[in-house]
Write a protein that binds this ligand. Structure first.
Ligand code: SF4
Length: 316
């Protein structure tokens, strides 16, 4: 790890006045600093900022420094969010990691984390060894000729399904952005992962009220049952009345370069009976546009089956 200067602002204004990398739980940043993937000269420990709180009075609002474990344990949080959080990382990491930091976590592509290899995301223009290399864990949706890395967050998938927004503050003002619009597919610029501008800090996560999201779930398929990233995951919320699907939200992770909303699947579900047959028919649309790589063609059928399983579990 390279030497760096550490300061600990106590107000948002102080934090926004200084350039540097924000340190919350440290569960991503410190790892990447140890690997020399990120080498900030100035680190701002923001843990003393007043950015906590869970408000469930009208939709959900989480302060950006709320810990994953505390949000997951809150009884007013929609099941799809709690479950996505509980299936992430380990209890120790969930006790440390903040919701704001979770949304900004970097990809787990092993080439990205190994500075002895090229990587377009780390060093623009250097190449992507994953495309013709070991790519079993990589994406089949939203990829480009420059990058095929998956987005690593579970809870971001649930939040995108629920149309969540994030509040961003900087020294020049505040703005609110839909989380689905915040993330960038790699295209020719995989080093630009999101719409976070220089000096901006996520201060709040806002989930619009959706009463029928009480019937929701998150299914995660991975190589081992805990402490592992998704091969494929699905966040589902269903509004079912008299056996008919009135409305649906579906998003998937582990298969795409950004948390991936499946609007075409949602459209296919609306107005249909809540049966296995309807779920299987709609899930066929989940793989539209998929481009499997040499080692991950299994993700095409896995994606379809994961969506069906999530719909079945979410309909109960
Ligand atoms: Fe880098 Fe993306 Fe290629 Fe991984 S997939 S090596 S992150 S450019």
């Amino acid at each position: 790890m390279r030497p760096f200067e550490l300061t600990a602002p106590t107000t948002v204004e102080e934090a926004l006045a200084e350039p540097g990398a924000f340190l919350a739980g440290g569960t991503t940043l410190v790892d990447l600093m140890k690997l020399n993937v990120m080498t900030p000269q100035h680190v701002l420990d923001i843990n003393a900022l007043p950015l906590t709180g869970i408000d469930t009075s009208d939709g959900l609002r989480f302060g950006a420094l709320e810990r994953m474990a505390d949000i997951a344990a809150h009884p007013g949080v929609y099941p799809v969010i709690s479950r996505a959080l509980l299936l992430s990382a380990s209890q120790q990491l969930r006790n440390m990691a903040s919701i704001g930091g979770n949304l900004l976590q970097r990809t787990r592509c092993t080439y990205f984390r190994d500075v002895s290899t090229p990587c377009n995301k780390r060093e623009p223009g250097s190449g992507c060894p994953a495309i013709n290399g070991i790519n079993r864990m990589h994406a089949i949706l939203g990829t480009s000729d420059s990058c095929v890395a998956t987005h690593a967050s579970d809870v971001a998938v649930a939040l995108v399904a629920l149309d969540a927004e994030i509040k961003l503050e900087s020294a020049t003002g505040t703005r609110t952005v839909k989380l689905a619009d915040f993330y960038c597919e790699p295209g020719d610029t995989p080093h630009i992962e999101n719409d976070l501008r220089t000096g901006e800090l996520i201060t709040e996560v806002i989930v619009p009220r959706l009463d029928w999201a009480q019937r929701s779930t998150y299914v995660k398929v991975r190589d081992r049952q805990s402490y592992e990233f998704a091969l494929c995951s699905a966040a589902v919320a269903l509004d079912i009345q008299d056996g008919q699907i009135v409305d649906a939200r579906v998003a998937v992770g582990g298969v795409a370069t950004v948390p991936w909303r499946l609007s075409q699947v949602e459209d296919a579900l609306r107005g249909k009976p809540a049966t296995l047959e309807s779920f299987e028919e709609a899930a066929k649309l989940a793989v539209e546009g998929a481009k499997p790589l040499m080692h991950n063609s299994f993700k095409v059928s896995l994606l379809r089956r994961t969506v069906v399983r999530a719909l079945v579990e979410g309909s109960r």
